[in-house]
Design a protein around this ligand. Structure first.
Ligand SMILES: *[C@@H]1O[C@H](CO)[C@@H](O)[C@H](O)[C@H]1NC(C)=O
Ligand SMILES: *[C@@H]1O[C@H](CO)[C@@H](O)[C@H](O)[C@H]1NC(C)=O
Ligand SMILES: *[C@@H]1O[C@H](CO)[C@@H](O)[C@H](O)[C@H]1NC(C)=O
Ligand SMILES: *[C@@H]1O[C@H](CO)[C@@H](O)[C@H](O)[C@H]1NC(C)=O
Length: 277
């Protein structure tokens, strides 16, 4: 008897169908956390050992689930408690070094492993003080530099974001002779200078960031040297002297007449000590 080919195919299908409860095809687990489609924000001051989040997943077959983190790099930063899905921080974060991480988490129903990538954004905390560049700061200016003249620019930067990264300058303590522009760091002569009175100023610049809770600051020295300008008339010492000196006295070949003219600027130069503001 010739077999009906249609019957035999139907027979096979029925046979396979009868087996299906034994094959019990596995349905896959899946993550429920919203951030698999978005990101998690973790502040850079999060302490090591603190829990960051808890992974949630569902398995249509109600299988027991096992959670994990994938890859060596991610495992340096995060540990996952396999039964609960709680994620722990293992290493300090530093936004100024790494501001974003792609971390792959896994969930397994012990037959299949499902992986999902989470974008982790590292949030900024004001943890860097300003840093002054191109130190040491020193400048020489002539004593006749007019008031209002910019003579120097200090420059500090701060790696933090926002107000915590914006630097404000001031002299500490304030100077009577020089002012500094808070935002730009431009140092300007504030009143007339006089080499004969003060030849050098040692000023301290305070660069502070503007974080409203915990501002951080750094100090830098600025040395200003005043240089001499011949600004005084020569003064003759041993006055009076006269041109008729030879008429009043016998001509003395053995004695010397000194008419000393000493420029006061030089004279003071030898007597004064350095003076600091
Ligand atoms: C982290 O910084 C924020 C903002 O500065 C602060 O509110 C929080 O208490 C800090 N957390 C820790 C663990 O230091
Ligand atoms: C899984 O468990 C839930 C509640 O615990 C139940 O409603 C559901 O029917 C279960 N599903 C299976 C496939 O066993
Ligand atoms: C300050 O220094 C930084 C780093 O060297 C530089 O990028 C910046 O342009 C400087 N700013 C000024 C005003 O010179
Ligand atoms: C710098 O100035 C700020 C703001 O006035 C102040 O809080 C801070 O203590 C000063 N820094 C130093 C090192 O003195």
């Amino acid at each position: 008897m010739k077999a009906n080919p249609c019957n035999s195919i139907l027979g096979w299908l029925l046979f396979l169908y009868s087996l299906s409860p034994c094959l019990s095809y596995n349905r896959l687990p899946y993550f429920l956390n919203y951030y698999f489609d978005q990101y998690i924000l973790i502040y850079e001051n999060a302490s090591v050992g603190s829990s960051i989040t808890k992974l949630w997943a569902r398995d249509p077959d109600n299988d027991t689930l096992v959670f994990g983190v994938v890859g060596e790099e991610a495992s340096k930063y995060f540990a996952v408690e396999s039964e609960t899905g709680v994620v722990w921080l293992r290493q300090t974060l530093d936004r100024e070094e790494i501001s974003e991480l792609q971390v792959e988490f896994s969930v397994s129903d012990k037959q299949s492993v499902i992986k999902g990538i989470v974008n982790i954004q590292v949030g900024d905390v004001n943890d860097n003080p300003p840093v002054f560049h191109n130190q040491p700061y020193s400048v020489r200016i002539p004593e006749n530099t007019p008031t209002g003249t910019p003579i120097f620019i200090v420059n500090a930067t701060d790696r933090d974001q926002g107000t915590g990264g914006s630097v404000l300058y001031s002299f500490q303590p304030p100077s009577r002779f020089f002012s500094i522009d808070g935002a730009r760091g431009v140092v300007t002569v504030q009143r007339p200078l006089d080499y004969e009175t003060t030849r050098a100023y040692q000023l301290q610049v305070n660069g502070t960031d503007q974080d409203k809770d915990h501002p951080l600051s750094t100090l830098a020295n600025l040395a200003i040297t005043i240089t001499d300008i011949q600004d005084m008339d020569p003064i003759f010492v041993n006055l009076p002297y006269s041109t008729n000196i030879y008429e009043n006295s016998p001509p003395v070949s053995s004695s010397f007449l000194y008419i000393s003219s000493i420029v006061v600027d030089i004279w003071k130069c030898m007597l004064d000590e350095d003076h600091f503001d």
